[in-house]
Write a protein that binds this ligand. Structure first.
Ligand code: 5AD
Ligand code: SF4
Length: 430
């Protein structure tokens, strides 16, 4: 979602006449787009800002002005603290109000030496004010829903991105068509809780994600569809059926489980048990036997015992994820779990994370190795690290490197997989 927001900010700035600087020292305007999901992200922002302050001072000695802005969830959470901890910042705006950047920049130009902080939760949708999104390649993100009403007890998102809102069907289809006309072959629909999407159609009727996927599937020239991130309790049968019926829907789903222990899931305020989750997985595998699943996990949530952790490991075994993200629980001020009394010791969290990741990474490696010898359609996105190499993605989101010229970029090619490591595959274009 942050990558998508950054892209939209870039379009705002381009429309104002800004051009991308090749070096940070040459930039008149520097904007940090931030995430507040775990503690490290906020600390990283302040250390990055410290680095930029030096550049701002050096530029000032050369008579050059530098405007520094911060956007995103850290602003929503830290608010005025940003101006206190980093007084050289010129503006800070939350993830729902960055469409106001043009007027903020005008105010700064007129008033000088002010710090504009905008942490509003506006009644209007930012999507009604943003300039039209631009296609930036074969693969595009498209935000269809924002915010979350789930209030998992560890999570800051409902407080920073606000309550759930869904964009209207017509707006999404128009944006998707524009992206496809610009050369997009794959659209990844985004939302914090994407599968609870409930936008209105042209007649004011509420429609769900399954309806939207069916509609998007009809767009000629669009080859691939994905959606992320889904909440297990919102995986209804209609949506599961899309994985059977829609050939454009990729056989890969990110479906965060967080923990395998029902006690911990309850303490997390997740509206599903491990049994219900397995039931959804079974239905998905029945709908499309080739589907690969990925997940997010949190270890060391308050009250997590060795038995609870073992329940997570059992679930990893049962589902056999092809990919997953895993994190140590991080206390977020203002969330209920931050003040739970039974916090888990750091070294226990560390140990559990290592055990879990060991298992997850070996499953990922196994899956990648099993792909060797197969032919997979790959959407090539960019130049590889080495000359003459290009980089793309398989239907399972695996990164793939092949020898090939730039004429293959933004195209889908059949590739024979020749080797598979933990993080990427190698292959030969057929
Ligand atoms: N601590 C650790 N991980 C968290 N996540 C969300 N909040 C926290 C937290 N306080 C993880 C969840 C979520 C992913 C985006 O980040 O696993 O699915
Ligand atoms: Fe956070 Fe996701 Fe839970 Fe919403 S569903 S509160 S975004 S973890």
């Amino acid at each position: 979602m942050n990558v998508y927001d950054s892209g939209r900010i870039a379009v705002i700035l381009e429309n104002m006449g800004y051009k991308a600087a090749s070096k940070v020292e040459e930039a008149d305007l520097i904007i940090f787009n931030t995430c507040h999901i775990r503690e490290k992200a906020a600390e990283k922002l302040f250390s990055d800002l410290g680095r930029i302050e030096i550049i701002k001072n050096e530029r000032a000695e050369r008579g050059l002005e530098t405007i520094i802005g911060v956007v995103g969830c850290v602003v929503q959470a830290e608010n005025e603290q940003i101006a206190v901890r980093a007084p050289y910042v010129n503006f800070a705006t939350g993830p729902l109000t960055y469409y106001r950047i043009p007027e903020i920049l005008q105010r700064i130009a007129a008033e000088k030496n002010i710090c504009v902080i905008d942490t509003d939760f506006p009644a209007e949708s930012k999507f009604d004010f943003l300039p039209q999104n631009k296609c930036s390649g074969g693969c595009s993100y498209l935000a269809i829903q924002e915010g979350c009403n789930n209030f998992c007890t560890y999570c800051i998102v409902p407080y920073t991105r606000g309550v759930e809102t869904s964009r209207p069907i017509e707006d999404i289809i128009a944006e998707a068509k524009r992206l496809v006309e610009g050369g997009t072959l794959e659209i990844n629909l985004l939302g914090q809780n994407v599968n609870s999407y409930h936008g209105e159609d042209a007649n004011g009727k509420e429609r769900n994600l399954a309806y939207l996927l069916n509609k998007l599937s009809e767009i000629d020239g669009l080859k691939r569809l994905r959606y992320t991130t889904s909440y297990p309790a919102d995986m209804n049968d209609e949506l599961i059926a899309c994985h059977k019926d829609l050939s454009k829907l990729m056989p890969y789903l990110h479906l965060p489980l967080q923990s395998g222990s029902d006690k911990i899931l309850k303490a997390m305020n997740r509206r599903h048990t491990s049994g219900q989750y397995l039931n959804i997985v079974e239905k998905l595998k029945n709908a499309n036997p080739r589907i690969g699943l990925s997940s997010d996990f949190i270890v060391g949530f308050p009250g997590e015992t060795d038995d609870d952790f073992r329940a997570t490991m059992d679930m990893v075994e049962k589902v056999n994820y092809i990919q997953a993200f895993s994190f140590k629980y991080s206390r977020r001020a203002g969330t209920p779990a931050a003040v739970y009394p039974n916090q888990v010791e750091e070294k226990v969290k560390q140990k559990r994370l290592a055990v879990l990741q060991d298992d997850l990474f070996s499953r990922q490696l196994n899956f990648n190795k099993e792909c060797v010898g197969k032919i997979m359609p790959v959407l090539f996105e960019s130049k590889g690290r080495k000359n003459g190499e290009i980089f793309g993605r398989t239907p399972y989101m695996q990164t793939l490197v092949a020898k090939g010229g730039l004429e293959n970029l933004n195209k889908i090619k059949n590739v024979e997989i020749t080797s598979g490591g933990m993080n990427s595959l190698n292959g030969v274009i057929k």
